[in-house]
Design a protein around this ligand. Structure first.
Ligand code: MG
Ligand code: ZN
Length: 214
């Protein structure tokens, strides 16, 4: 019997495409972030705040990944920066081929910093690199006390972790401090900031810790 598996060859092909994406962005002078996190963690809200606060200093572009809708892309477009919507259909993560097409649809000569909002999911985006310079995870206290512990692969690779919805710590009986301790065990080097995606609290602090060039 013949057995075929996704296996190493497909994964390697994906990794090669991701490396090519990053090289392509480098030739265009674009520094890119993959913004990942669960459905409803506040990825779009945090990206909106980042764009709002950074657009005076950098030329920003955004790719919004979603299955079939444009709601997030429309919210970000309100900030007046170029946005491309990447539709994945039934697929639960962005893949580097789709990201490449989305990148090529942006005015790259007018972009220094690119935020790519991945599909809401803490599992497969950790296994599918898309070709960026830095990875950010937005998680939130409303996801309960074990979200970080249960998704080690995602959090091990993150450069930045925003723990969002800090205003709901009491209501949820989940502390930012506890989540931060879980993260430290997995990834002592990540930068962790508590944020509020409604008011923008914490976003300035996050920006102070971020780098926007190699
Ligand atoms: Mg979103
Ligand atoms: Zn997936």
């Amino acid at each position: 019997m013949k057995i075929v598996e996704l296996g190493e060859s497909a994964l390697k092909k994906g990794r090669d495409l991701a490396i090519e994406n990053k090289k392509f962005l480098d030739t265009k002078g674009v520094f890119a972030f993959d913004v990942m996190g669960s459905v409803g963690s506040g990825k779009t809200s945090i990206i909106k705040w980042l764009v709002r606060k950074l657009k005076g200093d950098y030329k920003i572009g955004v790719i919004a990944g979603d299955l079939t809708t444009e709601v997030d892309a429309l919210r970000i477009e309100e900030e007046g920066v170029p946005v491309v919507q990447a539709h994945t259909g039934r697929v639960c993560h962005l893949d580097p081929g789709l990201v490449r097409t989305a990148i090529e649809n942006l005015p790259l000569d007018d972009i220094d910093v690119l935020f790519i909002e991945n599909v809401g999911n803490l599992i497969c985006p950790a296994a599918v690199p898309i070709g960026v310079h830095k990875e950010m995870v937005v998680t939130s206290v409303t996801e309960g006390p074990y979200m970080i512990k249960k998704h080690p692969y995602m959090f091990q690779r993150a450069d930045y972790v925003a723990i969002n919805k800090i205003d709901l710590q009491k209501a949820m009986n989940v502390s930012v401090h506890g989540l931060e301790e879980d993260l430290r065990e997995l990834n002592p080097n990540a930068i962790v900031i508590g944020t509020n995606g409604i008011t923008g609290e914490g976003v300035d602090k996050l920006i102070q810790c971020m780098s926007f060039q190699q």
